[in-house]
Design a binder for this molecule. Structure first.
Ligand code: UDP
Length: 147
């Protein structure tokens, strides 16, 4: 399996609920290593650019409003099959349809305030990582995890 990088965002509802640590803990426990992390508040232009693919969708304006409503945590996660693995750990877009044990099932409010974002393909992951992180802000390291 390939070592990949993917973009993860803890959305404003996740930050507000005080579960940044719990979410990052799940990624670390399941083999996804944070190699870049930044807490920030997105501007309207940044959120619109990031979600440009959804521009024509009816939920776009509300989504941009939500994503700029408070701080978010931007992360690059690295690991085997990281793009698909992150999507598994996150669960389905609609938390009502998410599998048990996923972040969205356990923490999300609704289909909009669904706690986390994760790139949906290896190609998009490259675009999304570079949208927020220049290569110099991504730091590889080896794990010497406790047993
Ligand atoms: N979204 C929404 N209403 C919808 C579908 C999506 O508000 O009916 C929001 C939700 O926050 C979602 C984001 O738009 O995470 C991007 O949608 P996408 O279909 O790409 O889902 P994801 O890849 O995040 O699971």
């Amino acid at each position: 399996m390939a070592i990949e990088r993917t973009l993860s965002i803890i959305k404003p509802d996740g930050v507000e609920k005080g579960i940044i640590g719990k979410i990052i803990g799940r990624f670390e426990e399941k083999g996804l290593k944070p190699v870049a992390i930044r807490l920030t508040q997105l501007s309207k232009a940044e959120a619109e650019g990031f979600y440009a693919v959804h521009k024509a969708r009816p939920f776009f304006a509300d989504l941009v409003k939500f994503m700029t409503s408070g701080p978010v945590v931007l992360m690059v996660l690295e690991g085997e099959n990281a793009v698909a693995r992150n999507r598994e750990i996150m669960g389905a877009t609609d938390p009502k349809k998410a599998d048990a044990g996923t972040i969205r099932k356990d923490f999300a409010t609704d289909i909009e305030k669904n706690t986390v974002h994760g790139s949906d393909s290896v190609e998009n992951a490259k675009i999304e990582v570079s949208y927020f992180f220049p290569e110099v802000q991504v730091h590889a390291y080896e794990w010497k995890k406790l047993a």
